[in-house]
Ligand binder design. Structure first.
Ligand code: SF4
Length: 337
């Protein structure tokens, strides 16, 4: 019996040693709230199961390094300890991780030089991702005539025409404008995305694309933003437009208008979502907002940010992260429109 007790004690010490070796000393010393980029090395090349296991610890997948049995992730230091305890994890370190590149929050809209000398790409704004067939044909012709024939889609429902020599830029810009599209956009429009919504998807509680355009039309003349912002509208919990990672996210809801069970299109509104190095899930600030009132609510949030941010360099995401939702809600409700 005594021998068993000693053996168990030795095994516990041994297991703790192994666990301690799984994480470098620098990582173990991080503050619990700190987000860190880490390489997690597994006992075998990671499969979907391993990635999902890291996700359960709050990790955001960054890069596959399965050739060396590893994956790169971003997660909070508080979760590192519990991740290190997972049996399939061999080692965690932050060695050799490049910082995440800065995201182009203006969604590549406008004219930009390519890395190939003398060539440019034009980022074209597609209002909430909608395009007519005649516009598609004209764009294909512009890409063929003025560029390298490629059209690339962005995650913000806009697109790029690439490989345009400087001498053909003006022509390409003019032809884009002639078909009713634009290569310039306010911060509001550049980061505005909406899922298919009730015009094309039976799951949707709201006309997301129509309401996204209402929000842009309402806010653009009323709010001048000097920082990029993402506003995402999604029609149901499937969240094809990822409302939870938008600076402002709206998820469709049927809002009751009387006690007989009649409802209208509406939204629950979230703030503070983010992606990349600012990865964060948004927090709900307004519940059951009728769609007619949504543009005004977004205006209130944008004006609250502009009036209360610490400095012009502070982004909407940083501002909302530093604010309690209840405080933010009170400030937004007090905005005089
Ligand atoms: S989020 Fe829901 S409503 Fe919108 S397109 Fe996806 S499934 Fe349809």
């Amino acid at each position: 019996m005594k021998l068993l007790g000693v053996t168990l004690f030795v095994c516990v010490i041994w297991a703790q040693d192994i666990r301690a070796q799984k994480m470098s000393a620098e990582l173990a010393a991080k503050g619990p709230g700190e987000k860190v980029n880490v390489i997690v090395q597994f006992n075998a090349p990671p499969t979907l199961n391993e990635h999902q296991m890291v996700q359960r610890h709050g990790g955001i997948f960054y890069r596959d390094l399965s050739l060396v049995k590893s994956g790169a992730y971003t997660l909070s230091a508080a979760e590192l300890q519990s991740l290190a305890a997972e049996p399939s994890v061999a080692h965690i370190s932050e060695d050799h991780i490049e910082p995440r590149p800065n995201q182009n929050r203006q969604a590549h809209v406008g004219v930009h030089a390519q890395s190939q000398s003398g060539l440019f790409y034009i980022g074209v704004v597609l209002p909430v991702g909608k395009m007519m067939a005649n516009q598609m044909r004209a764009l294909a012709a512009i890409a063929r005539d003025c560029g390298d024939g490629d059209i690339r889609l962005t995650v913000w429902q806009n697109f790029l025409i690439s490989g345009i020599p400087e001498a053909r830029l003006v022509e390409a810009q003019g032809r884009i404008e002639a078909i009713g599209l634009d290569w310039k956009a306010s911060s509001i429009r550049a980061g505005l995305i909406a899922c298919t919504g009730s015009r094309g998807c039976r799951f949707s509680a709201s006309d997301t694309k129509g309401h996204a355009e209402d929000i842009a039309r309402w806010c653009e003349p009323r709010v001048t933003l000097d920082q990029p912002i993402n506003i995402h509208l999604t029609g149901c919990h499937n969240s094809c437009a990822q409302h939870y990672i938008g600076d402002i996210g709206l998820i469709g809801a049927r809002v009751a208008i009387n006690e007989d069970g009649d409802t209208v299109d509406g939204y629950h509104i979230f703030v503070g979502g983010g992606f990349g190095a600012q990865g964060e899930i948004g927090r709900e600030i307004f519940h059951d907002v009728k769609a007619d009132a949504a543009p005004e609510m977004v205006e209130r949030l944008l004006k609250t940010y502009l009036a209360n941010r610490a400095s012009p360099a502070e982004s909407f995401h940083q501002f909302t992260a530093s604010c309690d939702v209840a405080v933010l809600k009170r400030l937004a409700q007090k905005v005089v429109l």
